[in-house]
Design a protein around this ligand. Structure first.
Ligand SMILES: *[C@@H]1O[C@H](CO)[C@@H](O)[C@H](O)[C@H]1NC(C)=O
Ligand SMILES: *[C@@H]1O[C@H](CO)[C@@H](O)[C@H](O)[C@H]1NC(C)=O
Ligand SMILES: *[C@@H]1O[C@H](CO)[C@@H](O)[C@H](O)[C@H]1NC(C)=O
Ligand SMILES: *[C@@H]1O[C@H](CO)[C@@H](O)[C@H](O)[C@H]1NC(C)=O
Length: 207
């Protein structure tokens, strides 16, 4: 309320300067960006139900297990501290384990289907009591459909059936994009492979 009161125009003079500032902000937004000779314009979604762009993709994590060198696309770079990761649950929660990945991302579920991007980044397990992780990565697009990156990060609250992480920015075809990605576990094979479904909705796009 206090914040609103500060910008609430209380006289005619203030009202007109308020409108000028608002108009200047809009013009800046509409000026767009030069890209490949073209000019793009910022589109901001006016409603949660109407993202300016959305896509569903599948993320495939094949963890290196000692004998899958040709196939693996991710590797643990730290070992969980055994005493900590088993302190609450004897089977272990991987607390302290960090995994770096360069994973395949496809439009269809199957690992063998057409790739649309690579997911390059890391996750780490960050709770002693149960499985829980934190993710940060770029989706790197290099196809006829898209080139550029989308940058995603946030808490991967594994106890939830679906969890939202932030799309904090982008480059190329995703210049300055922001939004939310909803993740859910879609399949897994022991500790070697898992597949996440990612529903990505952007609420700020340059088009
Ligand atoms: C790797 O080792 C596991 C168990 O140690 C075995 O089940 C699996 O078949 C092996 N995979 C390959 C590709 O050799
Ligand atoms: C712990 O792991 C063992 C062996 O993999 C399994 O049989 C057991 O169900 C697990 N315990 C819990 C609580 O999940
Ligand atoms: C993108 O694809 C082109 C054509 O296949 C290739 O030459 C280029 O190295 C790729 N770039 C990246 C970053 O993978
Ligand atoms: C690679 O790993 C995936 C996931 O575990 C598995 O389905 C696939 O058969 C493996 N491919 C090869 C060539 O080992």
């Amino acid at each position: 309320m206090q914040g609103l009161a500060i910008i609430k125009p209380s006289s005619k003079l203030q009202l007109s300067s308020f409108i000028l500032v608002a108009a200047a902000i809009m013009l800046l937004g509409l000026a767009g960006v030069a890209h490949g000779g073209g000019r793009r314009r910022l589109v901001v979604s006016g409603s949660e139900d109407e993202p300016c762009k959305k896509m569903t993709v599948y993320y495939h994590d094949i963890l290196y297990s000692g004998n899958n060198t040709a196939n693996a696309t991710s590797a643990a770079v730290t070992k969980p501290a055994a005493a900590l990761s088993t302190s609450h649950w004897k089977n272990g929660t991987y607390f302290g384990k960090l995994v770096v990945f360069d994973d395949l991302v496809t439009e269809e579920q199957a690992l063998s289907s057409e790739p649309v991007a690579r997911a390059q980044g890391f996750y780490f397990y960050d709770r002693k009591e149960r499985y829980n992780a934190w993710l940060a990565f770029s989706l790197v697009f290099n196809s006829t459909a898209y080139t550029g990156t989308l940058n995603l990060l946030g808490a991967d609250l594994m106890a939830e059936k679906t969890r939202d992480i932030s799309v904090v920015g982008g480059t190329g075809d995703f210049f300055m994009s922001r939004g939310v990605a909803t993740l859910s576990l879609n399949a897994y094979e022991g500790t070697v492979y898992f597949r996440l479904k990612m529903d990505i909705k952007l609420y700020e796009c340059y088009v």
